[in-house]
Design a protein around this ligand. Structure first.
Ligand code: GLV
Ligand code: MN
Ligand code: MN
Length: 407
């Protein structure tokens, strides 16, 4: 078998050591030293396998066999190496090392396969407050000015932080993704849900990606004394937020079985033990497999915020910070992946829809795109306990290799 499971396992272990929280999971913000170290490992491996590498204007790193004609149409495959704070060792990493392994396997076999691997910059959205920045910048769905408005925890804009790594606003308009240059995009990724692991199935083919809306909600009340203000006289912004958070859970369950709503961040002012909260600012992340469900939940969430605000005499502001539609992936490419799996003796892969977002959702409107999921132990992800089996990761890489080399 040209794809080597032990080599992939070594990559994953090596990249896991690139973290700002040793012993506490993967903390690899985009453009940080740990992220750079992880990218450098992949770049060095690709160069040793006869590739040339470059960084596009949006900060994505490309790896392509030097022997290929630069004008040749190729498959694109990869994912991301940035992580959420204290994340796991497999999210994004699996898709990058699977594509890398295909390049190495081809090199070992003396073949020039039509494949370009890619490391997308800033998929997670936790470094600059918005996700999939590298793929959006490259695809042209986010322009240089929008990226200039995003800052990391150090206060640096995307362009300031990305400059030492090759990202450059002035090249963005001319270095866009040219769809005609690619046969399609294949992203291997861990499932991040329990389905495959529970069924004892290593792989699935992904037919769609859920839509997502995100919001920043601000509720304004009045600071007052915690001891001398009666319960009726309060305008407690945090109590209004608490009501909304519980309502969001109920609404998600009511709209559909795969509709999910999460409040992951909340800030309270003045934030003192004996002061009624004057301000609560929190995020809502809403996702559903269909746009109709997203729209229905959106309406109910807005009503819930306004109802809590009215009842408690609070000012309310709802800012929509992101809107991404649900995406259907490419059926003919999914069939091609199934055929490749069949040639390897793998039974028909189950089909699934991804609740998590991926760079594949950004590329899908431009090039035929499909994803391959690898079983996640107990469905745990965005957590240091995230785990997938070496053999399952290798099976994904083997399916990828078989799909790409038979072009
Ligand atoms: C990416 O991990 C997402 O939030 O779906
Ligand atoms: Mn991911
Ligand atoms: Mn993630």
């Amino acid at each position: 078998m040209p794809v080597a499971a032990d080599r992939l396992a070594r990559d994953i272990a090596r990249i896991a050591r690139c973290t700002h929280s040793p012993g506490g999971g993967a903390s690899r913000p985009t453009f940080s030293p740990a992220w750079r170290e992880a990218c450098d490992h992949v770049v060095a491996e690709a160069i040793a396998a006869g590739c040339r590498t470059w960084t596009d204007a949006a900060g994505n790193i490309h790896l392509r066999p030097a022997a290929l004609d630069p004008a040749a149409r190729v498959w694109l495959s990869g994912s991301h190496l940035d992580s959420v704070p204290h994340g796991g060792d497999f999210d994004g990493v699996v898709g990058v090392v699977a594509a890398l392994e295909c390049l190495r396997a081809a090199h070992d076999e003396g073949r020039a396969i039509p494949l370009e691997a890619i490391i997308f910059a800033e998929e997670e959205g936790t470094t600059f407050g918005l996700g999939m920045l590298g793929s959006r910048g490259w695809a042209g769905t986010l322009d240089a000015a929008a990226l200039a408005g995003l800052r990391n925890a150090a206060g640096d804009t995307y362009w300031e932080a990305g400059a030492p790594h090759g990202a450059q606003a002035t090249r963005l308009a001319t270095e866009r993704l040219t769809p005609a240059r690619y046969l399609g995009f294949l992203e291997a990724h861990i499932e991040q849900g329990p389905g495959l692991w529970a069924a004892g199935t290593p792989l699935a083919v992904v037919t769609g990606i859920a839509g997502r809306r995100q919001y920043a909600v601000t509720l304004g009340g009045a600071a007052n004394h915690a001891g001398s203000t009666s319960m009726q006289d309060r305008r407690d912004a945090l109590a209004g937020a608490a009501e909304t958070i519980v309502a969001a859970e109920t609404i998600a369950g009511r709209v559909g079985p795969r509709v999910v709503a999460t409040v992951g961040r909340i800030e309270v002012q003045p934030g003192a033990v004996n002061v009624i909260p004057a301000l609560a600012r929190f995020t809502i992340d809403l996702r559903a497999p269909t746009d109709a469900e997203v729209a229905a939940a959106d309406g109910l969430l807005r009503e819930a915020v306004m109802a809590a605000a009215t009842r408690r005499r609070l000012e309310a502001e709802i800012e929509e910070t992101e809107r991404l539609p649900a995406v259907a992936l490419d059926a003919p490419l999914a069939a091609r992946v199934q055929q490749a799996a069949g040639r390897l003796g793998i039974a028909t892969l189950p089909e699934t829809v991804s609740g998590a977002l991926h760079d594949a959702a950004i590329l899908a409107p431009f090039v035929p795109t499909v994803m391959l999921f690898v079983a996640s132990r107990d469905g745990i992800s965005h957590n240091p306990r995230e785990f997938s089996r070496d053999d399952d990761v290798a099976a994904a890489a083997a399916v990828l290799y078989e799909t790409v080399r038979n072009t």
